[in-house]
Each structure stands twice: as structure tokens, then as C-alpha cells.
Ligand binder design. Structure first.
Ligand SMILES: Nc1ncnc2c1ncn2[C@@H]1O[C@H](COP(=O)(O)OP(=O)(O)OP(=O)(O)O)[C@@H](O)[C@H]1O
Ligand SMILES: [Mg+2]
Length: 269
């Protein structure tokens, strides 16, 4: 197995749930997670609704505070303690770690052209020196995401769900991240389009050498696409193994239950 890009130890995320000043009450959404996401992997996180998948992904993207435990990032060039970053480190990490949302309708501003949607993160991070350079970069990433370049001048409402998800993916990849969290990235799409988007994500991962954390409640999608699977249950990772191993020999009762709910599975190589 290759070196981990992300490594956590006993990671905990808590949310306040009312109570007064003196009896602060919290719910633990991520409850002592220790995991390693190998560099260049398509790492699946699966589990029922409310098990903490999104919260774990958001903690690794520094979008929710880490209550305790550790999380480290190491891409060979940059090493970060994700629980404790300076503003400068945070800025560097923002470029390297990105999120692809579930809902391609909500994620895209209706008043921006596709070109501007993809260009925005490049401009915010000041990665280019001129508009022409930004345009080149937008066209390059749009082509990689198999978007028709003629469509860059249009607005997102003109597109189908699958094409919108391609636009979201292009935006997420615009600033050249290393780590991408895809949170239920195909759940809102028709089954016929899901395979297209999954194939696109896999080919982008291979071509660009990305590391994906692929969050899904759908075990069959995970079995088809991920090379490693972590199963979450009530805030904990109850099992984590290479996909084939996990499906051939599920150890935890919850994983066995998840598996038995699916009649037959074809597993990715
Ligand atoms: N901002 C928040 N404030 C309070 N509680 C939250 C917040 N976000 C999540 N939670 C709670 O944390 C727990 C884990 O939620 P999370 O969204 O991470 O689960 P999930 O596995 O992604 O579920 P789903 O499959 O439905 O997306 C849930 O009990 C949820 O209600
Ligand atoms: Mg979720």
C-alpha cells in the first residue's frame, strides 16, 4: 500500500445540542476515527444516514472544527497538521483539498456562466496572471471533464444533471487539488448517468494522480468504484479494508448486514 495522504488518529467532531453555559451538551458525530487514506486511492466511506460520513469529510477539509484527536496531511511536498493550521497553511490546504457536492443544482450559481464558475476558484487563489491564462486553464480542465467547450458561455440552467455535475467537478479541480472529497456525488443522478460520472471521476483520479474520498450510502456503487472501503456506524469506523477483502470477508456484524441487503455484487478490480 502506498503512503497515506491523510492519516487520522482518534479523531472526534462534536456539535453542541443546547444546554446552558454550565451544562454544555454535545453530540459526537465523529467518534474516535483512526484511518489512513493511501495516496492515489479511491477511498470509499459507506454507512447509513447519520453515521457521520459527511462530518468526517468536512473535518478533513477543515470545514468543521476537530474537537480532539489528530489529522495529518502529507503529499510529499506539503505536510500539515489539519487540527492546527496557520492562516498561511490553511490557504495552501484550500488549494489542495476540494469538495464535490451531492446536488449539482444547488452547487452552481445560476447567474454565472460555466466559464466563470470554473474560473472563480482560479481567480480567488490568484493562480494565473491574465484573463487569457485563466481561460486556457478553464478550457483545459473543462476538456478533461469532457465538457463541450462551446458550452462555457452558457448558464448552468441550460444543462442536465449529469452535465451540471461535470461542471461542479471541473470547478473542484480547477485549482489542481491533490485530495478530493466527493460526498454522495452521484446520488442525485439518474442511474444511467451515474456510471458516466463515476467513470469520469475514476479516469480523472488516474490521469491526475488524485486521492479521492468517495462518500456514499450505496454499497454497490462503492463496491464498483473504490479500491478501499471504510464502513462507518454511529460515528465510528467499524471496518476498513481493501474492497475485495472487505466484501469477501466482512468482519463486522453491521457490514454483514449491509452486504446481505444487496442480492449480488460485482466488485471492482
Ligand atoms: N451542523 C450540525 N449541527 C448539529 N448536528 C449535526 C450537524 N451536522 C451533522 N450533525 C449530526 O451529526 C450526525 C452525523 O451527520 P452526518 O451528516 O455526518 O451523517 P451522514 O453519514 O453524512 O448522513 P447522510 O447519509 O444522511 O448524509 C447526525 O446525527 C447529524 O444530525
Ligand atoms: Mg452525508
Amino acid at each position: 500500500m502506498s503512503e497515506p495522504l491523510i492519516k487520522t488518529q482518534d479523531l472526534r467532531v462534536e456539535f453542541p445540542i443546547g444546554g446552558g453555559v454550565f451544562n454544555r451538551r454535545v453530540m459526537t458525530a465523529v467518534d474516535g476515527v483512526s484511518l489512513e487514506i493511501p495516496k492515489g486511492s479511491f477511498f470509499g466511506v459507506v454507512g447509513e444516514s447519520g453515521s457521520g460520513k459527511t462530518t468526517l469529510g468536512r473535518a478533513l477539509l477543515n470545514a468543521v472544527p476537530i474537537a480532539s484527536g489528530s489529522a495529518h496531511y502529507d503529499d510529499g511536498e506539503l505536510q500539515l497538521d489539519l487540527a492546527n493550521m496557520s492562516p498561511k497553511e490553511l490557504k495552501a490546504y484550500r488549494r489542495r483539498a476540494q469538495l464535490i457536492f451531492q446536488d449539482p443544482y444547488a452547487a452552481l450559481s445560476p447567474r454565472m456562466t460555466v466559464r466563470d464558475i470554473i474560473a472563480e476558484p482560479i481567480e480567488i487563489m490568484k493562480l494565473t496572471k491574465s484573463r487569457a491564462e485563466t481561460d486556457d486553464r478553464v478550457r483545459e480542465i473543462a476538456a478533461k471533464c469532457r465538457l463541450n467547450l462551446e458550452h462555457l458561455r452558457r448558464f448552468p440552467h441550460a444543462f442536465s444533471g449529469g452535465q451540471r455535475q461535470r461542471i461542479s467537478i471541473a470547478r473542484a479541480l480547477a485549482c489542481g487539488p491533490q485530495f478530493v472529497v466527493a460526498d454522495e456525488a452521484v446520488a442525485a443522478l439518474d442511474v444511467s448517468i451515474q456510471a458516466d460520472i463515476l467513470n469520469l471521476l475514476k479516469s480523472l483520479q488516474r490521469d491526475l494522480g488524485l486521492t479521492f474520498m468517495f462518500i456514499s450510502h450505496d454499497l454497490s456503487v462503492v463496491a464498483h468504484t473504490c479500491d478501499h472501503v471504510a464502513v462507518m456506524y454511529r460515528g465510528k469506523i467499524v471496518e476498513s479494508a481493501p474492497t475485495r477483502e472487505l466484501f469477501a470477508n466482512p468482519r463486522h456484524a453491521y457490514t454483514q448486514k449491509l452486504l446481505s441487503a444487496i442480492p449480488s455484487l460485482e466488485i471492482a478490480d
